[in-house]
Design a protein around this ligand. Sequence first.
Ligand code: GRF
Length: 219
Amino acid sequence: MTRIGVLISGSGSNLQSIIDTIKAGKINGEVVVVISNDAVAYGLTRAENSGIRTAVVKHGDYNKRRDFDAELVRILRENRVELVVLAGFMRIIGATLLNAFPDRVINIHPALLPSFPGTDGQAQAFAYGVKLAGCTVHFVDEEVDHGPIIIQAAVPVLSSDSKDDLKSRILSCEHKIFPHAIALYCDGKLRIEDRRVIIAGSDELLLAEESLISCPGLG
Ligand code: GRF
């Protein structure tokens, strides 16, 4: 069982999808701690409702990012975390944390990287007028939204869409591919070669998981 630490800043719907997938027995791991940089993040309540340990580390309490990261590392180590999952964590992770967990930090980004990195990827894609948007799960490196890509899912942008329609269509996909990527990691099926992530048995897996290539919203 891989010991997972999840970092959040907000609603925690991705955290919930991970918790639910674990409860369904589809991830060979357990969430042992949830850390938020915001004391009122609803994700903390979700964690508590599932009996998961929580911690709050307010970034405003630290002058240097290094010290903020060091406190995160301390809590993650205290909980013997093996995989760090950034699920809507709105702070940039630095070398202190990445060096403590090499190739063991993954993130979900609500756009098809390398397009639209940074904040509000969905709004950027909507404003640009792309016809396909989506989301990306990737390993984290020192550049923002840049590390090796594990899984991506595409969704259409419809003419009738508002920005919020697109956001929720992307979010539904996030809730599918993020737990799936975590399951692959926990099963030891991910290998990084240069910046390509090789997934063992990927063809069967991805084709079998029809949801990964379907278009929520189009039925
Ligand atoms: C998601 O869209 C995620 O991709 C982005 O922040 C949002 C977090 O949503 N990084 P939630 O807190 O998981 O509901």
